[in-house]
Design a protein around this ligand. Structure first.
Ligand SMILES: NC(=O)c1ccc[n+]([C@@H]2O[C@H](COP(=O)([O-])OP(=O)(O)OC[C@H]3O[C@@H](n4cnc5c(N)ncnc54)[C@H](OP(=O)(O)O)[C@@H]3O)[C@@H](O)[C@H]2O)c1
Length: 348
């Protein structure tokens, strides 16, 4: 049984109509979504679907979800589902999100939205043609601490921006069959962890990098297990990030300007604190979560759908696509080609 959290009302959402969610991919992160969604008013966990009906049923029972569907297609065809959360491994995001968008469902897809920019571009086009909501679940963008960081940047509290650097380096389970080391599931540190660094550096710079210079160490499975990338952004801004699955490295974010810097300490991707350092007077802020942190992105999706928006201003599709293009570029520079891409290349 998942621990139940009290429903805590977001001020502006007290009287909204219920939004009925379906979850696809009853795994680790879907569990966190189901838990945090309970803190968002009007968010109804209607159903869950996976490749196996019995697993979906067990997940529904444990997670307090009303129903289950025997397959993603059955969920797509159910008119009583308004929005879906795609929580399958990366390589499956495109097919599942496309199925749901084609059936008119609003879609929140786990990061990375797809494996390549070409796939992301097709999803975005489909969402626009069908006038349905689509967003990458880059939950960090919605954390309250980053609302304050945004204000500091907009107020030019650190002066002219010059450098941005971040890290998301952990040493997890090294079992080569796990999704993050498995090339058949689009594993590797760039797509799994580097995506946070790129997206949040884009949040800070407001731009995609103009050029990238990566260095990677490849695991025995063939995916990147350690990666560091130097980047040049427009207007004389330099960037750098390091991500990895093989070492307990840095997990902070630093945004440096000519008048000071903003530091988001470990782990920046789940930050509840940040510091503005200008002169001798650091300003520290703390913004604790209501639940586990996903509640803010879930609330954003609910708000957008309720007002008829097909994308979020906080995680625009243009920026998601730019990040995918940058990851395509880095992958081509380090020679990381996934098995089905290689097969397509040989066949072509
Ligand atoms: N935002 C975050 O903090 C965060 C953290 C971790 C992961 N993620 C993202 O969430 C996604 C899932 O990660 P996870 O760690 O939750 O994975 P996971 O525990 O393996 O769960 C994924 C679920 O998807 C289904 N699935 C597995 N392989 C599949 C396939 N080949 N095709 C279709 N469905 C498949 C499985 O359910 P059935 O076998 O029952 O179908 C599985 O339980 C990844 O894209 C990852 O990047 C995000």
């Amino acid at each position: 049984m998942l621990p139940r959290r009290p429903v805590i009302f977001f001020n502006d959402m007290e009287s909204i109509e219920p939004l009925r969610w379906g979850i696809i991919g009853p795994g680790a992160i879907a569990r966190k979504f189901a838990q945090d969604a309970q803190a968002v008013p009007g968010c109804v966990l209607e159903s869950v679907a996976g490749r196996d009906a019995a697993r979906a049923e067990a997940f529904a029972r444990e997670g307090g979800i009303r129903r289950f569907h025997a397959s993603p297609l059955a969920m797509a065809e159910d008119a009583a589902i308004d929005a879906v959360y795609v929580a399958t491994p990366h390589h499956n995001h495109f097919d599942t999100a496309m199925l749901m968008l084609s059936h008119g469902k609003a879609v929140l897809v786990e990061k990375p939205i797809t494996v390549s920019a070409a796939e992301a571009s097709r999803l975005i086009e489909t969402a626009r043609i069908n006038s349905v909501f689509l967003m990458e679940a880059l939950w960090t963008r919605f954390l309250p601490v980053f609302d304050e960081v945004r204000r500091w940047l907009d107020d030019r509290a650190i002066g002219r921006l010059r450098m941005v650097s971040s890290g998301f380096c952990v040493r997890g389970n090294q079992d080569p069959t796990l999704r993050w080391l498995d090339p058949a599931k689009a594993g590797g540190s760039l797509l799994d962890l580097g995506v946070y660094c790129l997206s949040m550096q884009q949040f800070a710079t407001g731009a995609a990098p103009l050029s990238t210079s990566p260095q990677a160490v490849v695991a025995s499975t063939g995916v990147d297990e350690l990666l560091t990338v130097a980047m040049r952004y427009p207007d004389g801004v330099l960037g750098q990030f390091t991500c990895g699955l093989a070492a307990h490295g840095d997990t902070s974010l630093t945004i440096a300007g000519e008048a000071g810097r903003i530091h988001v300490p470990h782990s920046f991707f789940s930050a509840q604190r940040a510091t503005l350092l200008c002169g001798n007077h650091p300003r520290e802020i703390e913004r604790p979560f209501i639940a586990g942190g996903f509640e803010y992105q879930i609330a954003e999706v609910c708000r957008c759908i309720r007002r008829g928006a097909i994308e979020s201003d906080k995680m625009p599709l243009r920026e998601t696509l730019e990040t995918m293009r940058t990851m395509d570029l880095i992958r081509s520079q380090i020679g990381l080609v996934y098995p089905w891409e290689r097969a397509r290349h040989v066949a072509g």
